[in-house]
Design a protein around this ligand. Sequence first.
Ligand code: G3P
Ligand code: MG
Length: 248
Amino acid sequence: MWPYPKVIAHRGAGILAPENTLAAMRCGQEHGFAAVEFDVMLSKDGVPVLMHDPEFGRTVTGSGRVADTLAVDLQAMDAGGWLDEKFRGEPVPLYADIVKFCRQHGIWMNVEIKPVPGVEVETGRVVAELTQQLFADVAVVDTSHLPLFSSFSKAALMAAKQAAPHIARGFLMDKVTSDWKVNLQELAAKALHTNHKHLTAGTAREVKDAGYGLFCYTVNTPKRATEILHWGVDAFCTDRLDLIPADF
Ligand code: G3P
Ligand code: MG
């Protein structure tokens, strides 16, 4: 039911490296992590890049929007200096380059499709099509060697389902509302991904009893990780690779 790793490095390496960069993937790997979550968005010219925020200002300095910027220009931007001088010059990476790195190093991926509002369907479709190309050599039944898509956007996941039906989907809900199962059924999703802060033991049981995978974000203490795993949660991502080891 959950053929993937249990402990997943959030945005590459959580707090240890600038999120959604190649440096973060390297850092996570150095800490023994063989599973990663990251966010993927489209540039102006429709190229999937790793990025969490639709607007510059937090991880990339300056003002402007990812959706108004060409991929080539995003690749020239500094996505590392905000965290630490030692990461200055770390670029915004292309999704395709990150997949190549992760595959080379045997790192499993939870690809969060993070569309800029208004381009949900296109983002889901483009990310799914590219993913299909990048994993064309992996058998469709070899689930554990394929990534898992997730998104808060049902429209994006629907488009991904249409473009690459054999790549599994997890539906992201901050709070699990009563329509969770209908959504998962419509998406033919494999898992529910939710914020551990709002999850209860009862809801976890309900999801597991219905036969779905259950993934939590973003769990940053060993105590809480132990608790939700006892509830039946299959996997979680963490920012605290320093506190929660990959073999937790
Ligand atoms: O995919 C889990 C988690 O990353 C969702 O929230 O905002 O950190 O992308 P966010
Ligand atoms: Mg994310």
